[in-house]
Structures are given as C-alpha cells and as structure tokens.
Ligand binder design. Structure first.
Ligand SMILES: Nc1ncnc2c1ncn2[C@@H]1O[C@H](COP(=O)(O)OP(=O)(O)OP(=O)(O)O)[C@@H](O)[C@H]1O
Ligand SMILES: [Mg+2]
Length: 263
C-alpha cells in the first residue's frame, strides 16, 4: 500500500441495515444507507459533515468508530478499522479515534464520581498506576476548562454544558488523534454551545487534534471547519473548503441547504 499522509482514509465504504420482514412470507430486505463513501482527512484537520436527517452521517461515524460493519476500507493512522476490535489493537485504535455525542447525560453514569468515570478507559485497558491515572484525570480536566474539584462531583450535579465538557474529557483520556463530534452542541443552548465550540477549537489548536464535526447546521460547520462534505441519501454530493461550499456551492442540494438557512 502506498504511504498516505491522511490520518483517516475511507475508501469505497458502503453499509446497509437489515430491514424488517412483514407478514409470514415477508422477505427481509437490506436497507442501503451508505453508498460508496470516499474521504481522506489530514492530521489536525477540522472537517464538517452536513446533510439532512437520515442521510447517513451518524452511520458513517459509527463505521469510523468500528461500532458497525461496513464494506470497503477505513484506515486510521495506518491501522485498519474492524468492527468490535479488542485486545492490544483495540487499545491502539481507541488511542486514535474517540467520539462525543449529542446527549452527554446519556453518555455519563449520573451517580459515579467524575474522577471514576474519567479513569474508566485507563482501568479497562489496565494503563498506568493509580497515581498516574489520577494525574491524567487532572490533566484532562484542565484541558476542558474544569478544575480538579470536579473529580469528586457526580454527573447528575452538573449543568448540561459541564456534562458535555466531561464527555469531551472522557474522549481525550487515551490521547486520540481524531474526535468525531456527532451533533455535540445540538442539545445545548446557543451561548453554552458556543463555549463548547470554542473548547473544540482550543483543543484542536493545543493538541493538534483532528475533528469531524457532524451537524445539521451548515452555518456552524462553516464557522468551525476547514473543509466540508455535504451528504445526501448515503452519498457525498459536495466536498470542498468551507469557503467554497458556503460561497460557491456546486450541487443544487447544497444550495437548497443554504437557502434554508438564509430564510
Ligand atoms: N440501527 C439501525 N437499524 C436500521 N436502520 C437504521 C439504524 N440506524 C439508522 N438507520 C437508518 O439509516 C439511515 C441513516 O441514519 P443516520 O442516523 O446515519 O442518519 P443521520 O444523517 O445521522 O440523521 P440525523 O441528522 O437525524 O442524526 C436512516 O434512514 C435511519 O433510519
Ligand atoms: Mg445522526
């Protein structure tokens, strides 16, 4: 395989979900969701993925994370992604890509102490001594703008914005090179959402972290991202710099998305 400078390389990725069967003679039909996706993301790039609800954005994210099966190839930092990968390679992959989702309350156990939650990936992979794990927890809390007193608090005591900071801290524990943020500010009000966006920008700047920002909101990805892909019905229909896609959209569907914002 030729050496590639990409951090993430997606080649010919397709996927389908098994459809339901209806009636006693019902035949199960596979429902195609992703249709031949090709995408390269550079180290440290901030990439936006937009498109209408149901077009397959989350499904593509789940393929990249190795949570579901797909046809085609996904390589992250030279390692092939395979569904449900475990063991040392699973750990290696977990140190390359992590995710932050829309609803931090669903992602965090409400009654466990934050310090315990943050240490979990290190405990699971038996990494570091107790002291080292604690030190890493302090570091990531600092990275997400929270002081170490948060270690003894519980998720249920926190505001939704603080919870999202903790979810981001969890994602950072294993020092990933790529974070997939799937509608990570959609559930937040505008000012808290803006603070979280700034946090992502700061993390990108200080850690050289690459980000895939999945959103319905073309304005938001324009503000944040270097390049944008517009998805429709499981395909990428437009791909370019944020400026190109926003100012000179080529595909009629992108123009439709833009006019929906301006109205
Ligand atoms: N577990 C599943 N089983 C069957 N079909 C699914 C499953 N998850 C998603 N789908 C279908 O796959 C398609 C793509 O869904 P996906 O969640 O990837 O879209 P999305 O672009 O993330 O949408 P949204 O913007 O609403 O989050 C949809 O038609 C959805 O109904
Ligand atoms: Mg989604």
């Amino acid at each position: 395989m030729a050496e590639s400078k990409s951090l993430l390389s997606i080649r010919g990725v397709s996927n389908s979900y098994e459809g339901r069967s209806y009636g006693i003679f019902g035949k199960k039909e596979n429902k195609p969701v992703l249709d031949n996706i090709n995408l390269e993301i550079a180290p440290g790039e901030i990439f936006g993925l937009v498109g209408e609800s149901g077009c397959g954005k989350t499904t593509l994210g789940r393929c990249i994370l190795g949570l579901i099966d797909y046809q085609g190839e996904i390589d992250i930092d030279g390692l092939r992604q395979i569904k449900g990968r475990r063991g040392p390679k699973g750990l290696e992959m977990a140190g390359k890509v992590q995710a932050v989702f829309q609803d931090p309350a669903a992602a965090l156990n409400p009654v466990k102490r934050i310090g315990w939650l943050l240490e979990e990936p290190l405990r699971v992979h038996r990494l570091g001594s107790r002291g080292e794990r604690e030190k890493r927890v302090d570091e990531v809390l600092d990275l997400v703008g929270l002081d170490s007193s948060y270690k003894t608090r519980r998720a249920r005591e926190l505001s939704v914005g603080q919870k999202q900071r903790i979810a981001i801290a969890c994602a950072l524990m294993l020092r990933p090179r790529l974070i997939i943020a799937d509608e990570a500010v959609s559930a937040l009000d505008v000012s808290v959402g803006a603070q979280i966006l700034n946090l992502f920008r700061d993390l990108h700047a200080s850690l050289g972290l690459a980000l895939i920002f999945i959103s319905h909101n073309l304005n938001l990805v324009y503000y944040l991202c270097d390049r944008i892909a517009v998805m429709r019905r499981g395909r990428i229909v437009e791909l370019g710099t944020a400026e190109e896609v926003y100012s000179a959209p080529k595909h009629p569907y992108t123009r439709e998305l833009l006019s929906a914002i301006i109205e």
